[in-house]
Design a protein around this ligand. Structure first.
Ligand code: ZN
Length: 323
């Protein structure tokens, strides 16, 4: 893929916060409606349930699988439907003067299953793929050591650390790596493992925050999932699949926490994932000549007529959570 040069004019916002560390977590296959903080009745996200920050309930991922969704999230989407990968969130961060790190549990630099997210990974000033050349999938908790190293890297600039998880990707039981699964709902092992991967995500986020607090760093953290999943199979043995035919293929968690937040806020409003670039630029404290400065986490325009690769989002069927 041809990238070209970063071409945007950028300007620091008056409301920009001086923070030591910003963390962006790119999650995997996490449906919003399976997190207790978004209303799932089983308490699988106890930390997030009361974490101070802004949780957007209505963020619609641009596609239903990783290779097609991540480029649309992290690239700049131009009017007319084209995406510019040179003007990505990572390049924006570099150009705004941040020391950037991309630490990935998805793929290796040359692996066959490497997705287009490696394009953005390689745009960071520091890139680490923790997966081995044998394509073994590692525990997301193995990202912690690399995160520690990025935190302790001696540079004078503020840092942005991107973490690309393996999250709740199929097969969810294979994502637990020994993490205990206390769920026993009557929908089968995969289903219960999926709930446990959400609980693991909750602990993952809490652990990152504890690491920053221990080091007395000021910080902000942004989480989003690349897409959702749909149920398939028998009701007693539910599986999850990548299909874009229902609303929940696209309904993902999107939230921002920071060390200065004093409230737990949930904003119920629909917004297209194609606006992620706009949210990101405001979040790091910059406006650009190609992004909309009105996408703050606390207030943003509602998106109407959201399109998906499988047609109008509003016309897709409903595949509600099981509990
Ligand atoms: Zn994915």
């Amino acid at each position: 893929m041809v990238e070209g040069e970063f071409t945007l004019a950028i300007k620091r916002r008056l409301d920009a916060l001086d923070l030591d560390i910003r963390v962006v977590i790119l999650g995997e296959s996490v449906r919003k409606d399976y997190l207790s903080v978004y209303g799932y009745p089983h308490n699988n996200a106890p930390f997030l349930n009361s974490a101070n920050g802004v949780f957007i309930d209505g963020f619609i991922a641009p596609s239903y699988n990783t290779p097609s969704s991540v480029p649309l999230l992290f690239g700049l989407n131009l009017n007319g439907g084209k995406t510019n990968y040179a003007n990505s969130v990572v390049r924006l961060a570099n150009n705004a003067g941040f020391e950037t790190y991309w630490i990935s549990n998805q793929g290796t630099r040359n692996a066959a299953f490497d997705t287009r997210s490696s394009l953005f990974a390689n745009q960071a000033l520091h890139t680490e793929y923790i997966g081995s050349k044998t394509m073994e999938i590692r525990d997301d908790f193995d990202l912690f050591d690399y995160f520690d190293r990025a935190l302790d890297d001696r540079v004078d600039k503020p840092k942005i650390i991107f973490l690309h998880m393996y999250g709740s990707h199929n097969d969810p039981c294979g994502r637990l790596h020994g993490f205990s699964n206390r769920y026993n709902l009557p929908y089968g092992d995969s289903f219960n493992c999926y709930l446990a991967t959400i609980e693991k995500l909750d602990i993952f986020i809490k652990t990152l925050i504890d690491k920053m607090n221990t080091r007395q760093k000021s910080w902000a953290l942004l989480y989003l999932s690349d897409h959702g999943l749909l149920h398939s199979g028998e009701k007693t043995s539910v599986k999850f699949k990548h299909t874009g035919t229902a609303k929940q293929s696209y309904e993902v968690p999107f939230f921002a926490l920071d060390c200065n937040d004093k409230e737990h806020i949930i904003i119920k409003r629909q917004v297209s994932g194609l606006k992620f670039f706009d949210f990101f630029s405001v979040w790091i404290g910059y406006d650009t000549d190609a992004s909309d400065p009105n996408y703050t986490m606390r207030d943003f325009p509602q998106s109407v007529n959201i399109k998906t690769p499988k047609g109008d989002y509003a016309k897709l069927y409903d595949d509600p959570a099981l509990y």
